[in-house]
Design a protein. Structure first.
Lengths: 117, 131
């Protein structure tokens, strides 16, 4: 959130170069959605007595993939916007895959916890 | 968690997956262009993630967790909120037809607004201070 808000200042100063999509995604995915993932991991109904939060390992993988994927985007998208290169292009592809995997792992780990009392 | 919240939250997770899949295709297209028509997915990417995921999840969790009444209907007029769930998801699905029928964006949004109004009516009285 702090990064996104700081980027908002940079945008207000007139910078463009692929930064606006980065700003939106830092806010909506990096803050809002990640906050939801964190609070859901904490507060959703228990999966079982033995594993109240499902797989903690999957939770950590979700955290790592989301943040690595998003930061890759934050670096590669302005690079790609300034000058198209295969390195920044493939970094964006990798970022896309990591972020999709992060969301998928969250759903896999949380689906069973969304249940009637 | 009440049954209606289960439906809201699970539906929101489905939209999360779809929205992320579309977003991943769009981002990959920015990196290594492979199919320009992928850009037609942008409105659905936004609709699924902002409306289908974020708002719907908030509705489901709110229905579960905001204060309850102590009488026989602790969560208020549940049927009204079920109707809200139905309208909300119908609105999202209707708006997915926008490539073929542009008017469906407007119809979908109106349907979502009706859902929102039903949800507010169904939940309003549960927003109260603790006694």
């Amino acid at each position: 959130m702090a990064l996104a808000l700081a980027l908002g200042i940079v945008l207000a100063l007139g910078a463009t170069n692929g930064l606006f999509p980065v700003y939106i995604h830092l806010l909506v995915f990096g803050w809002l959605t990640q906050l939801i993932f964190g609070v859901a991991f904490w507060m959703f109904p228990k999966f079982s007595v033995e594993k109240p939060r499902g797989s903690e390992t999957l939770g950590w993988w979700t955290y790592a993939l989301l943040n690595i994927g998003l930061l890759l985007r934050a670096i590669a998208e302005p690079m790609q916007s300034a000058q198209t290169t295969s390195i920044s292009g493939w970094l964006l592809v990798l970022s896309a895959i990591l972020q999709f995997l992060a969301g998928s792992l969250f759903v896999v780990n949380s689906w069973g916890r969304v249940k009637e009392k | 968690m009440p049954r209606l919240s289960v439906w809201f939250v699970r539906a929101s997770m489905i939209y999360l997956l779809l929205g992320l899949a579309f977003g991943a295709l769009l981002l990959a297209q920015k990196g290594i262009p492979f199919y320009a028509s992928v850009w037609y997915l942008l409105p659905l990417h936004m609709e699924f993630l902002l409306v289908g995921w974020l708002i719907q999840l908030a509705m489901g969790v709110a229905f579960w967790i905001i204060p309850r009444f102590s009488n026989a209907a602790p969560r208020g007029p549940v049927k009204l909120v079920w109707l809200s769930f139905a309208f909300f998801n119908a609105g999202i699905l209707i708006s997915t037809l926008q490539f073929w029928f542009p008017i469906t964006v407007l119809i979908g949004r109106i349907t979502e607004v009706i859902a929102g109004i039903l949800f507010v009516i169904g939940s309003w009285q549960r927003i109260k201070p603790l006694r």
